[in-house]
Write a protein that binds this ligand. Structure first.
Ligand code: SIN
Length: 494
């Protein structure tokens, strides 16, 4: 049973709500208690909010077996039937919007409006792929040999292992299960240890919506490497989709080599956020607030290096400090809160290390810079000025509430610096100059570019990067491709 020792009215109602989460995992249509349990902690106050099944590698193998058994009947259903199930999931997702929001808040620490935004974003992938299921088109190809017809069509890749991060535990799951189920794949989902509740809630929604037993399995566990080991080595798993750190992504990719699995990766971002002298600074500031601080400043598309041209550096820095200092930080149950804690102690420690390194190398701490004096893993929203490439903040992905401001002089210089990273997920720049807009859009080595906007994420556009940030694309009309194989049939009929 889920606990509510945090004794908060909101949390309690979410856990005992209509979805009636037990904290059990889902294997082959059965809710499984597991031989051990682990605690889920609210990062906003340190309270234990749930006890969840701690499954092991053998349980994961059973989930793969269940997914393999369920695959045949599921892939043979009509695309419309799969679309109808996904549509029902979408409707239930929206019906349970408040409950899902609270579940997400209590395990991730997100502020309520932010979490609500993620739930709506998450629902949109179910809706989108409910529609896309019927658009899994193939081609007919003009014949190359007399009488030999050539046709192509798309088949589901098979059983998929979906490994979901803690920073968007709802939307990153639906962005994967949406296309997987639409294509006719069955799935074994492994949520992050910090945030398993959102995944379990979606599994419950799947059950209520009529997803057949074994098509959608959830393996909750503290043994990420053991579960990952099964998913990447079992030959029945034909594809792994992972969103998370670059280091783990590379390791999973190596592990998948022996069974030559399809691999989709969404990894680190290191996004540059560039403000030119000719930008509308009010627009740039508002968009910076989204690009940097969304999801408690823990997004792979978050503005990471804030490059500001020398002519507006002082003005924009003080605008940033003023605006960030007005954010209300706190627990999601407190009124008016728009920013929460980092996910856990290890993220908190990383924030300290970044600030200490910058301080030692003569950066200016313009705002914040330390842990907040309250329960939970809160780090003050921090702005650091005069950051140089010699500092960790000038080179590494922060993934937390520190905004490094970096001064630059010319367009050529900033383009070179922005591209001098192995990542290439998202990039943002702000200018009113049309020619520069085109030059920069072309020049940035990045899968997604925001011009005068700090939000590129949307269901309808392909999400993904270049260089070491991504393999594949999620969402959009391309999102199904990663879950299908293109089969070609040559048919000699004359
Ligand atoms: C992320 O994975 O951190 C980005 C989520 C999104 O914006 O879609």
């Amino acid at each position: 049973m889920l606990l509510s020792r945090g004794a908060r009215a909101l949390g309690s109602s979410a856990l005992s709500g209509a979805l009636a989460l037990s904290g059990d995992a889902l294997v082959g249509g059965e809710w499984v208690r597991g031989s051990a349990r682990f605690d889920v902690v609210d990062p906003g106050n340190g309270a234990v909010v749930a006890s969840v099944a701690d499954l092991d590698a053998d349980d994961c193998t059973r989930a793969v077996e269940a997914a393999q058994t369920a695959l045949g009947p599921w892939r043979r259903t009509l695309a419309k039937e799969r679309g109808d199930v996904l549509r029902r999931m979408y409707e239930l997702h929206m019906e349970h919007l408040d409950e899902l929001t609270e579940i997400l808040c209590m395990e991730s620490g997100k502020a309520t409006a932010d979490a609500r935004g993620e739930i709506i974003y998450g629902a949109s992938f179910l809706e989108w792929f409910a529609e896309e299921a019927r658009r899994m088109y193939g081609d007919t190809v003009p014949e190359a040999v007399p009488g030999r017809k050539i046709l192509t069509y798309r088949e589901p890749v098979g059983v998929c292992g979906l490994i979901v991060p803690w920073n968007f535990p709802n939307a990153m799951l639906t962005r994967k299960i949406g296309p997987a189920l639409a294509a006719g794949c069955s799935v074994v989902c492994k949520p992050a240890q910090d945030t398993p509740l959102s995944t379990l809630a979606i599994a419950k929604i799947g059950e209520l919506a009529g997803v057949p037993p074994g098509v959608l399995n959830v393996v909750t566990s503290t043994n990420s490497s053991g579960i990952g080991g099964v998913l990447t080595s079992d030959p029945r798993v034909r594809k792994i989709s992972f969103t998370g750190s670059t280091k783990i992504g590379k390791m999973l990719m190596r592990q998948c080599a022996d069974t030559v699995k399809r691999v989709s990766l969404e990894l680190g971002g290191n996004a540059p956020f560039i403000v030119f002298d000719d930008a509308d600074l009010d627009v740039a500031l508002e968009q910076f607030m989204t690009a940097k601080w969304r999801s408690n400043a823990q997004a792979c598309v978050a503005a990471n290096f804030i490059y500001v041209q020398s002519g507006v550096y002082d003005k924009f820095s003080s605008m940033v400090v003023d605006r960030v200092s007005k954010m209300k930080v706190g627990h999601y149950t407190e009124p008016g809160v728009d920013f929460g804690p980092v996910i856990n102690k290890s993220q908190l420690d990383m924030m300290h290390e970044f600030v200490e390194d910058a301080r030692e190398k003569d950066a200016k701490i313009l705002l914040g810079g330390k842990q907040m004096d309250r329960p939970g893993t809160f780090f003050e929203p921090t702005v650091v000025g005069d950051v140089t490439d010699a500092m960790r903040l000038g080179r590494e992905e922060v993934f937390g509430p520190i905004a490094p401001l970096i001064k630059f002089d010319t367009e050529e210089e900033v383009l070179e610096r922005a591209n001098a990273t192995e990542a290439g997920l998202a990039a943002y720049f702000f200018t009113e100059n049309a020619k520069r807009t085109w030059r920069m859009s072309q020049g940035l080595e990045s899968g997604m570019v925001g011009v005068n906007t700090g939000l590129v994420s949307t269901t309808v556009a392909p999400f993904g990067g270049v260089k070491q940030s991504s393999l594949g694309r999620e969402g959009s009309k391309y999102g199904l491709d990663d879950y299908t194989n293109l089969k070609y049939i040559a048919m000699q009929i004359e």
